[in-house]
Design a protein around this ligand. Structure first.
Ligand code: HMG
Ligand code: MG
Length: 290
């Protein structure tokens, strides 16, 4: 990898499809993931092992993992909020699991039904067991710029939970602008408060694109040394517990911007377009992004 390389971490099958109004068939999810596997992506977040009472769209996590054609060199990841989720994820053979916390108390309660402190207690055995099983561990912090319930979030709150997730053994923590309220100015303010204490290579950017600022926010974060960005094919996405959270940054828009500005991704645009076309034709009926 050169120093011009940026990792694109595809989260569409999870962050996108968890928010579809209708239930997407397992067959279509598998076909989408298999198409994405052919594009050169090295990371695909395939599903999440969460409570089906909370997110029915992800109830078929085990079947999705069992049905995909695993491509060598691709890490297939999934969200695991607790030990029950982790045990199912390990049985399903995921390569990477993610624990997901929040910088805002209200969002933590709404999304995972516990306080930030309780979430870290819940994550500790998940992290320990995942690492002992040889599975890599990612962390998410939601609401790094603003919370749908509390408004502006200060960088110190983000730094504290990010550090706590790293201390649990996360190899990388993805900073979630969950409701897409970030601007280059607020992103710079956030990163001024984090990068330095925490190394840029331990961070990823996960910017929802509600107000069309996600690409500009990536450009700002690139200046701070972040070299991994989450995106979704077709700009799918949102979070059922974050009113107003629209689609993520579209993978194709992200890759086009990166290539146009001299960054390398190793991704095949033609194959990305094939995956997006499949999505548009077969899946994204009610998406708020397409
Ligand atoms: P709870 O209700 O407090 O949990 O939810 P519980 O332990 O009391 O369990 C309730 C029921 O769920 C029980 O079933 C459990 O067995 C079951 P019952 O006995 O009533 O039949 N259950 C599970 N089933 C399957 N898999 C599991 C699991 N855990 C419990 N893992 C809980 C707590 C964390 C489970 C719940 O709040 C939950 O699943 N939350 C997930 C919400 C979610 O997935 N949100 C979207 C992803 S986060 C996101 O989008 C943000 C991100 O993209 C970054 C950004 O943009 O900011 C990552
Ligand atoms: Mg998200």
């Amino acid at each position: 990898m050169t120093d011009k390389h940026v990792i694109v971490y595809e989260v569409g099958p999870r962050d996108g499809l968890q928010n579809e109004a209708g239930i997407v068939s397992t067959k279509h999810k598998i076909a989408l993931i298999d198409l994405l596997s052919e594009t050169g992506l090295r990371y695909i977040e395939a599903t999440s092992f969460v409570s089906p009472k909370w997110v029915p769209q992800m109830a078929d996590a085990t079947d999705v993992m069992a049905g995909i054609a695993r491509k060598k060199g691709v890490t297939y990841a999934a969200l695991t909020p607790n030990m029950k989720g982790l045990e199912a994820a390990l049985s399903a053979g995921v390569d990477e699991v993610a624990i997901f916390g929040s910088a805002s108390e209200s969002f933590s309660q709404k999304n995972i039904n516990c306080s930030i402190t309780e979430s870290l207690e819940r994550f500790a055995p998940v992290a320990k067991t995942a690492l002992a099983a040889g599975v890599s561990l990612r962390g998410y912090v939601s609401c790094v710029i603003a919370c749908p319930y509390e408004g502006t979030v200060v960088p110190e709150q983000v730094r504290n939970i990010t550090q706590a997730l790293l201390d649990l053994g996360c190899g990388q923590v993805s900073l979630g602008d969950t409701i897409g309220k970030g601007t280059p100015e607020s992103m710079a303010h956030l990163l001024d408060g984090i990068v330095g204490t925490i190394q840029a290579d331990q961070l990823a950017g996960h910017f929802h694109d509600t107000d069309g600022t996600a690409l500009a926010n990536v450009k700002t974060a690139l200046d701070y040394g972040l070299r991994c960005y989450d995106s979704t094919i077709g700009g799918l996405g949102g979070c059922p517990y974050a009113p107003g959270a629209k689609g993520n940054l579209s993978t194709i828009s992200l890759v086009e911007m990166l290539h146009d500005t001299g960054w390398e991704t190793g991704l095949d645009m033609t194959k990305l377009h094939a995956a997006e076309t499949y999505l548009q034709k077969n899946i994204a009926g009610d998406s708020n992004a397409l």
